[in-house]
Write a protein of this length. Structure first.
Length: 259
């Protein structure tokens, strides 16, 4: 009883108090790297699968996990690219509006950089800086970020043509913006039309899992064979690899169509 009271008293004394002030060195909290949580989760999952199914189950889980992670990263990159394209279209629209009211290209680019964000803001800010220093704004746009290489190269080419031949920059940028919006509409329609194919591929990849679940409910006990090692473990790894390969192949085909 006395030991329990001492532990309780120590816990109360160490409980964080909102009114207590700590030195700066104590209040500084080191942030762990971003990769530490996924790595720990992967290690825990690998150990758990090892205990249930051995090396073949771990290999199959690694194949499935890497495929899922790759598809997830690709989806994040696709969403990020869509957001950056929206920012770029907004920035070009602001530049066009500023140029049509008589602003200098450097001023128009600076205003547009403040109105948008992401890669578009960096590209337009680079164009404004190079224009103020007497350089070529197109060089600052083209060397911004590889994620939007095609769009930025077209924008830089239009800016370069306007500088070299004395053409109206606003009209050329308007043409680039219309082309950008048209490509985005085409990509959205293509993605919508390919949603059925992607869903079919996902369902086909999940049918073996449904078959194993039905066999388990019927008493055939396929999990004992698949997780028991030997030939069953080899079949588990081969089936998982074929299913993941089908998903990646479908993603490759649909990705080629949209790009």
């Amino acid at each position: 009883m006395t030991a329990a009271l001492l532990v309780l008293a120590a816990a109360v004394s160490l409980w964080p108090n909102g009114f207590r002030r700590f030195p700066r060195a104590v209040r500084t909290v080191s942030i762990a790297p971003r990769w530490i949580v996924p790595v720990c989760c992967a290690v825990i999952a690998a150990v758990t699968v090892w205990l249930f199914g051995g090396i073949w189950a771990v290999s199959a889980a690694a194949v499935a996990g890497s495929t899922g992670w790759r598809r997830y990263r690709r989806r994040l990159e696709r969403d990020r690219r869509a957001d950056e394209l929206n920012w770029l279209a907004t920035g070009v629209e602001v530049v066009i509006g500023e140029l049509r009211v008589g602003s200098h290209p450097a001023t128009a680019s600076a205003v547009a950089a403040d109105e948008c964000g992401g890669i578009a803001s960096a590209a337009l800010r680079g164009a404004a800086s190079r224009s103020r220093l007497g350089g070529r704004p197109a060089d600052g746009i083209a060397s911004s970020d590889p994620l939007l290489d095609p769009e930025l190269n077209r924008l830089a080419a239009a800016w370069r043509v306007a500088d070299e031949h004395g053409l109206a920059l606003a009209e050329l940028l308007d043409a680039v913006r219309e082309d950008m919006l048209g490509r985005r509409r085409f990509r959205e329609r293509t993605d919508a039309s390919l949603a059925g194919a992607r869903a079919t591929a996902l369902v086909l990849a999940g049918l073996p899992i449904l078959g194993v679940a039905l066999g388990q409910l019927m008493g055939a006990n396929p999990l004992h064979i698949l997780l028991g090692g030997g030939l069953g473990g080899m079949l588990l790894l081969i089936g998982t690899a074929l299913g993941c390969a089908g998903l990646l192949w479908t993603d490759a085909i649909t990705g080629t169509v949209t790009t």
